[in-house]
Write a protein that binds this ligand. Structure first.
Ligand code: URA
Length: 423
């Protein structure tokens, strides 16, 4: 077998065998297949796609490249949740404790942000002393003790994905359905949960730009799950606008706490309750309406908030020590009317420039910086009303953020949160 023949076959729209895919992935890990050869194969896949069987094989080969977590010593049905990545997406920080407080064990391995999308682990690290790296034994023990743990993916969990993802990020091959599906599902299956709820984001602030592609991605991930004996539910959700009203790590943790305290932004709170309800429904095998009631009760009686506090304490964090930058700048409206658009990517890129995210894997995050939106889509605005606040370390010009807002005479139809649910 030879890598050039494999690349050529995919370039000519051929179907690769299990052995050919394995040759490429294993060869890339062992350095026999060079970066430029793998990049070329990834581009051929991104352009010509893969059959379902090729995607199953790629997922299995990636999964077998590293460790698999065994959660069998935790009682109950373990449910995981994964977002395909968005702007201001602090959903896990709210739904994980809410679901755990309903008695569904949450043994969660999360990732870091890359590009303009944020990552749960970076957010949690804004809490002073919060440990995101613990041993597998400590991880299982904590879930057995308090019903929840959120840690970063261990170094050897799907190493093939780590290496391939880093290459995709710099070769224009992130937005490919077979590559995204195998990347996400290999990690979810390796993380050991029995059932998985996928939040497949669609819109400007997501990898999938239209609902049709989001549906295709959801369907293939559900089929992969089935192949590995895992029940998967996919929710196709709107990422055309920022989620909630904060972007930036410490700010997002504070917003998650406010939400668990019943003081969250209304649309974001509703979104978290729906995701929680699907996790509870498949975890406890109860109807979705009952699961939604249960999640709502745990939000109202603050048991979800208490569970979050327990989680922070168990992982060494100090909940009273989440530091913000001192410098708070204000962007004031120059127009009056209705806010008809807020561009999430413009805000996220600005927040990343402040240091809230990375443009390279090695970049160090500044947890203290970020943006608080003071208005949301369809809000009325008057001249001099505050559109947003920027938390930053230095005095900077924030005028370019006006471009993120569209203010018009009339408001728009209500913004949908969830487009579809696929089982
Ligand atoms: N998230 C992942 O884990 N992998 C992708 O390819 C895209 C989003």
């Amino acid at each position: 077998m030879n890598i050039i023949d494999i690349i050529t076959k995919k370039k000519n729209k051929g179907v690769l065998s299990y052995n050919e895919i394995k040759y490429a992935v294993d060869g890339f890990l062992s350095l026999e297949v060079k970066d430029y050869q793998m990049s070329s194969l990834l581009m051929a896949i991104a352009i010509n796609s893969m059959s379902d069987e090729e995607i199953f094989n790629l997922t299995k080969i990636m999964l077998d490249s590293g460790d698999k977590i065994d959660l069998s010593s935790i009682d109950g049905i373990k449910v995981d949740k994964h977002s395909t990545g968005g702007v201001g997406d602090k959903t896990t920080l709210v739904v994980a404790p809410l679901v755990a407080s309903c008695g569904v064990p949450i043994a969660k391995m999360s990732g870091r942000g890359l590009g303009f999308t944020g990552g749960t682990i970076d957010k949690l690290e804004s809490i002073k002393n919060f440990k995101t790296s613990i041993t597998n034994e400590e991880f299982i023990k904590q879930v057995n003790n308090i019903g929840i743990a959120i840690v970063s993916q261990s170094g050897n969990l799907v190493p093939a994905d780590k290496k391939i993802y880093a290459l995709r990020d710099v070769t224009g091959t992130t937005e490919s359905i077979p590559l995204i599906a195998s990347s996400i599902m290999s990690k979810k299956i390796a993380s050991g949960a029995d059932k998985i709820v996928l939040d497949v984001k669609v819109g400007r602030g997501a990898f999938m730009k239209n609902i049709e592609d989001a549906r295709k991605l959801s369907e293939i991930m559900i089929k992969i799950g089935k192949n590995f004996g895992k029940e998967v539910v996919a929710l196709i959700t709107n990422m055309d606008y920022p989620l909630g009203n904060t972007i930036g790590n410490a700010l997002e943790v504070k917003e998650a706490i406010d939400t668990l305290n019943g003081k969250g932004e209304e649309r974001f709170t509703r979104f978290c309750l729906i995701i929680s309800a699907y996790m509870i429904s498949i975890g406890k095998q109860i109807p979705i309406e009952d699961a939604l009631d249960m999640a709502t009760e745990k939000l109202n009686n603050k048991e979800g908030l208490n569970k979050f506090n327990e989680l922070v304490k168990a992982q060494g964090g100090d909940i009273n020590n989440i530091e913000m930058s001192n410098n708070k700048l204000e962007l004031k409206s120059k127009k009056s009317g209705y806010i008809t658009d807020i561009n999430p990517v413009k805000l996220a890129k600005f927040a990343n420039l402040l240091g809230a995210g990375r443009s390279k894997k090695e970049d160090i995050i500044n947890h203290k910086v970020g943006i608080i939106l003071n208005k949301k889509v369809n809000d009325e605005v008057k001249i001099d009303d505050t559109l947003l606040y920027v938390f930053c370390d230095n005095d900077i010009d924030i005028d370019e953020l006006y471009d993120a807002f569209t203010i018009s005479e009339n408001n728009i139809d209500e913004v949908r949160i969830i487009y579809d649910i696929i089982r």
